[in-house]
Design a protein around this ligand. Structure first.
Ligand code: ZN
Ligand code: ZN
Length: 226
């Protein structure tokens, strides 16, 4: 082969190899963990089936409370996020008539209280006092891997050796899968650290690849949307 023809062939090969998509290269979207946190797949508190918790976020605007809810895809169980808000009604102050100190907490109220009536243990005077209403969520569980509005356990979670693989929702899980399956992982942006780059070491570790793919595929096979 003449040197010129050889050169041309190698140029062509270079051109083809740079244009052809590499199936083992990670080409997923540039996403961050918060891009997945508008929707959580959880276990329904009534039937244990898959349920969706919606947490729509529209930049800095307040969220429409009717849109923050859980809906079971199996039994239809539904509840608004506001329904699990409770108040601790608290009074911490001195009596107006003596030096007795009120330190009262009435826990677990569905409604706020504007005033509460207390009688003083020191002088017997009865007073209407303005309390503080401390809001909290009466969560279903205190599990770490749960949604933030109801505390329901994440649906997609599975043990991998001594760790747990988990995902907020189906899109999150399948984006993790694409990353695990790829053998060529280049940085997608130099400016930020993306969701896949922040994955824990055991997920990125090549020696766990086959096991993780098998576990994810099993979770994705259970078609949670039907
Ligand atoms: Zn259900
Ligand atoms: Zn008093």
């Amino acid at each position: 082969m003449k040197p010129a023809a050889k050169q041309e062939k190698s140029y062509l090969w270079h051109k083809i190899s740079t244009v052809m998509p590499n199936p083992e290269r990670y080409e997923g979207p540039v996403t961050f963990i918060w891009d997945y946190q508008h929707e959580y797949m959880v276990r329904c508190p009534r039937c244990e089936g898959p349920a969706l918790v919606s947490c729509p976020k529209v930049s800095f605007k307040p969220v429409d409370p009717d849109k923050e809810r859980v809906l079971c895809l199996k039994c239809g169980f539904s509840r608004l996020a506001n329904d699990v808000i409770r108040y601790n009604i608290r009074v911490k102050r001195a009596c107006s008539h003596c030096d007795h100190w009120f330190d009262v907490c009435i826990p677990n109220n569905k409604e706020k209280a504007a005033k509460i009536r207390l009688s003083c243990d020191g002088c017997g005077a009865v007073e209407d006092l303005v309390p503080e209403n401390e809001a909290y969520r009466d969560l279903y569980t205190d599990e770490r891997l749960s949604d933030p509005l109801f505390g329901l356990p994440l649906y997609y979670q599975a043990p991998i050796r001594n760790d747990v693989l988990w995902a907020f929702n189906k899109k999150h899980l399948s984006d993790i899968r694409d990353y695990v399956a790829s053998r060529l992982r280049e940085r997608q942006t130099m400016q930020w650290t993306t969701m896949v780059e922040k994955l824990p070491h055991f997920i990125k570790d090549a020696k766990n690849r086959d096991q993780i793919l098998k576990v994810i595929d099993r979770m994705l096979e259970i078609d949670a949307y039907n």
